[in-house]
Design a protein around this ligand. Structure first.
Ligand code: GUN
Ligand code: ZN
Length: 430
């Protein structure tokens, strides 16, 4: 059995840090080693302890870099790789002017396949090893997404968007076709290799009541699939949703009425929530996803992380490419830090790095597979260089401890700080 040892500084979180100085929440080893075999982590600890036990392992020496679990991005759009940085609009105009026309191109299998390659290259370059992705309305786009994920043996969550109205014809399905295509995709991909399916009604505006009924059937028939959609991102979006679903109590009430809520439900944005919606999120265990770069870029608003957490709600964090402006979970933390600053909230570096690894993985219910460096879990690992740029190297001269270093990565880091990314034990950057 081939064993590989990665040597370097090692950081992995056991639990969510209770504050900026909570050393009990993580395991850090200055001279550490991770032993990998057949895509899994066999052991993780101090190099002097492990070296004699795994004397036959081939060694890859990453010193002085930092080895962490690969990053988990909880919400982004695969067919928006060429939508990022589209000028001047807020959500609804941005969707109509830029996003829907680009997504229409994914009816072409060739285009979808070419873009899937580019998309996964970007994830890898930015240290992301798991993501929950929206594909386009076309079944072909989800096939291309999962085929590429499988080729790279990456743990991925994805789903074809269900959308039958209020966009452009080229990206409309029907209630029945959305049901049948989703069903076929679940059969083809869910639980195959490392792939997982998310039933994906895009948002209430682009789904008729009949289509949300179909989504409800899918959720009932496939309770082990994820469900993902958008909620309360933008004030015009909320007003239009209320016009379209006048009988529902509020925006979240639409999804509630169709039985879509629960611990597997991931709700992108959740910015302008009403008190009842917050209560229902807490009661049902449904999970908001904070998308900082997108919320700033589209002028959507400020996510109340502390307010939701105080109600016992678990928030995830994500890039939301291509409303989001960077694939980097480090840059996502950077902008997230600033959004919380504007509200008198703090995002300390320990919690930040917990969030994009163990935290997101746990919120997805995947922590026994990904998000830590525990023995037995899948060997998805990112190698970070805290001195990747001259500006970072200069700042690092004054870093006195691990928290300082992590904060420099959190604020100044991006793909340049990602030295290598391993998926299921295989180096992906060449
Ligand atoms: N709401 C519905 N679709 C989208 C999308 O593609 N991006 C964002 N940011 N919000 C949405
Ligand atoms: Zn989104």
């Amino acid at each position: 059995m081939t064993q590989t040892m990665l040597r370097g500084r090692i950081l992995t979180f056991r639990t969510e840090p209770s504050g900026p100085g909570d050393e009990s929440a993580y395991f850090y080893e200055e001279d550490g080693a991770i032993i990998m075999e057949e895509g899994r982590i066999l052991a993780c600890g101090a190099y002097p302890d492990l070296a004699p036990l795994y004397a036959n392992a081939s060694i890859i020496d990453h010193r002085p870099h930092l080895l962490m679990p690969g990053f988990v991005d909880a919400h982004l759009h695969f067919p928006q790789v060429q939508v990022i940085a589209s000028w001047g609009a807020q959500l609804l105009d941005w969707l109509h002017d830029y996003t829907f026309p680009q997504e229409a191109l994914y009816a072409s299998k060739d285009h979808a396949q070419a873009m899937a390659k580019a998309f996964f290259d970007e994830l890898i370059n930015h240290g992301t090893t798991t993501a929950a992705a929206y594909c386009s309305v076309h079944k072909e786009s989800a096939d291309a997404f999962f085929a590429e994920a499988s080729r790279r043996n990456m743990r991925m969550i994805g789903g074809k968007v269900m959308m039958d109205r209020n966009a452009i014809e080229d990206v409309h399905d029907t209630p029945l076709s959305s049901y049948e295509d989703s069903k076929a995709l679940i059969k083809a991909w869910h639980g195959k290799g490392r792939n997982l399916y998310a039933i994906t009604p895009r948002f209430a505006i682009t789904s008729s009541p009949e289509q949300l009924g179909m989504a409800q059937s899918l959720v009932r028939e496939h309770p082990d699939c994820f469900v993902q959609t958008h909620l309360s991102e933008n004030k015009d979006e909320i007003a239009l949703t209320k016009q379209l679903y006048p009988k529902s109590k509020d925006y979240l009430g639409v999804y509630e009425d169709y039985g879509l809520l629960g611990p597997k439900m991931l709700l992108g944005h959740c910015i302008h929530l009403e008190p009842r919606e917050i209560e229902v999120l807490a009661e049902t265990g449904s999970k908001p996803v904070f998308c900082p770069t997108s919320n700033l870029f589209l002028g959507s608003g400020l996510f109340d992380d502390a307010g939701l957490r105080a109600r016992g709600i678990t928030n995830l964090i994500a890039t939301d490419i291509g409303g989001g402006t960077s694939y980097s979970m480090l840059q996502t933390l950077n902008e997230g830090y600033k959004i919380l600053q504007l509200q008198g909230q703090k995002l300390d570096p320990l919690r930040a790095f917990y969030w994009i690894t163990h935290g997101n993985a746990k919120a997805l219910g995947l922590e026994s597979m990904i998000g830590t460096l525990e023995a037995g879990t899948e060997a998805d690992i990112v190698v970070l260089d805290s001195r990747a740029t001259s500006a970072m190297a200069l700042r690092m001269e004054r870093a006195e401890n691990l928290a300082h270093e992590l904060f420099i990565l959190q604020i100044m880091g991006d793909d340049r700080a990602v030295n290598q990314t391993y998926a299921a034990g295989v180096a992906q950057k060449h």
